[in-house]
Design a protein around this ligand. Structure first.
Ligand code: FES
Length: 170
């Protein structure tokens, strides 16, 4: 069903938090603290549908000053080298990843379940805890003031079967 479908080209990125649920995420709201989001597409009648029916579709959106995003972030899948979107489901056991703070005070991503840590400036690589691989980056572009998905995740998200699900969408 459209609600359980994964993020796909043309989807608009909308807020997941209750206070702004379903509203498009705006560039002016973004910072180095994650905003949790869902992709929003259309059903077969052309009505908006928030794809919140599969926990693997949950997203985290960041904006960093120019130059802070670096390898292995895929810069051509970011907006202007500043705005980046990742899948927000921990690759260890599937919890939602939240904000965290590194020892030097910078904002990073921290998983509340077993303290997995990811560096959102560097492709959401693992910098602490049990996860074995990074969060998947989702390619996006700007359309007006909306963040729009341009394709599927760039690596395998938690819960996907590499052979079946992955090949279906990529
Ligand atoms: Fe995230 Fe275990 S589920 S560290």
């Amino acid at each position: 069903t459209p609600k359980k479908a994964p993020p796909m080209e043309g989807d608009v990125i909308v807020h997941a938090d209750a206070a702004k649920y379903g509203q498009p995420v705006r560039v002016s709201e973004l910072s180095d603290k994650l905003i949790r989001a869902w992709p929003m597409g259309k059903d077969d009648k052309g009505a908006d549908v928030i794809r919140d029916g599969d926990p693997t579709s949950v997203l985290a959106v960041f904006r960093f000053p120019k130059g802070e995003l670096k390898d292995p972030t895929k810069l051509d899948a970011t907006i202007d080298g500043e705005i980046v979107v990742y899948g927000d489901r921990c690759t260890h056991a599937g919890c939602n990843v939240d904000n965290g703070t590194a020892p030097d005070g910078r904002n990073i991503m921290n998983c509340p379940c077993h303290s997995g840590q990811y560096e959102p400036r560097e492709g959401a690589k693992v910098i602490g805890g049990p996860p074995s691989h990074p969060l998947p980056q989702l390619p996006v572009k700007l359309e007006g003031d909306k963040l729009v998905v341009t394709g599927f995740f760039l690596s395998v998200p938690y819960g996907y079967n590499k052979e079946e699900d992955w090949e279906k969408y990529t």
